[in-house]
Design a protein around this ligand. Sequence first.
Ligand code: BG6
Length: 470
Amino acid sequence: MKHKQIKPFPDNFLWGASTSAYQVEGAWNEDGKGPSVIDMRDNYPAGTTDFKVASDHYHRYKEDIALFAEMGLKAYRFSIAWTRIYPNGTGERNEKGIEFYHHLINELMKYNIEPIVTMYHFDLPYALQQQGGWSNRATIDAFEQYAKTLFECFGDRVKYWLTINEQNMMILHGDAIGTVDPNLENPKKALYQQNHHMFVAQAKAMILCHKMLPNAKIGPAPNIVSIYPASSKPEDILAADNYAAIRNWLYLDAAVYGRYHPIAWSYLEEKGYEPIIEDGDMEILASAKPDFIAFNYYTSQTVAASNGDESDIGHTGDQHITVGEPGVYKGVANPNLKKNEFGWEIDPVGFRTTCREIYSRYNLPLLVTENGLGAFDKLEDGDVVNDFYRIDFLRDHIKQLQLAITDGVEIFGYCPWSAIDLISTHQGCSKRYGFIYVNRTEDDLKDLRRIRKQSFYWYKEVIASNGSKL
Ligand code: BG6
């Protein structure tokens, strides 16, 4: 649709930026923090750093938040490390960890920056993992207890809560993220059982949030993207429909409607992956309602009809991420899209389409919790980082966001990834996303000093003009 007049961004639009605890904080074993599955990982790709120091945000949060305020951020989306609050995932609380987030949230309040809290961003406590992790129903109770503590401690200041970051990516690409237990006997069946337990845990957290904090809002935060058919061939369109059900709607239907999406369920049955659902689980899912849908968007995906064999499994971009499943859909590249330095396709129009699809299906307000460009930024003489490619990427996406708003989609915030440089999930710290450069390399921590990139100054103008100066 070509509009005669483009609508402005709403007043009070939450211009923000995002991070996650394990990727930015460092201090992995300080002040009583317990180890998470990420800390215990031993499969870092060659030449990439671990997460022990990361961007040292734990010690430098005041300086970082002052920079966020200078950029004009209206919101900051960050995650709380479960293992700072409960070093063993459950049991004894760690007051020092609670204190850290009190300070961090108070610092944000000082500058009128709205805290948006992700409760769990890939970093499951290792102690829980040792007892089966999400395969064990006890993890549901541990998550509920953790959620209760978060609401009790921070609910007086935090209005926006996100339950689980990218549950769908943990299930579909757990090997890339490092959250899948390599010793599982039938990994996929076990993963879908874990998935079910996460659905129940998420529903319980939403119910509890509404009970304890009637003025707060809570929602899921999956990675949702439009799935294109490779051609107008009906078989390709059917394959895209399969993949959309398995990748996107399975997760949002469970969160919003409290049901298993019928096509996704028939896929689970067909493959023998259907989870055990205990009495009462579906009632819990059905009685939990999110207030909004948060989602992460980096690029669309394209699939073709399945050949019915291993040739279906392809790399659409990132060599670490495979897409395709025999008999269901075949992952293919989209020849119409350019790629970034890491092979990820760039599709701003797909961002608009994704917003429209989600809103049409669920009719809930949307919050963008991630979108951004990973790149090998270069620090030049005089502390300059000319990341004009990032500005182009973000500008193109924000334009499409505004078109989605003009199309009638209700979107109340945009939090690109990432507020400051941090460690990528599986590609080290040389893959940078931030508005603020952190002076370190994979193997040399240097002085970790903060440097404003060109995109910092640009985003500041975008926010100051409420999106009218792109
Ligand atoms: C999302 C995650 O999958 O994408 C983030 O929520 C992650 O944790 C981001 O960093 C970018 O991916 P990557 O692999 O480039 O770090």
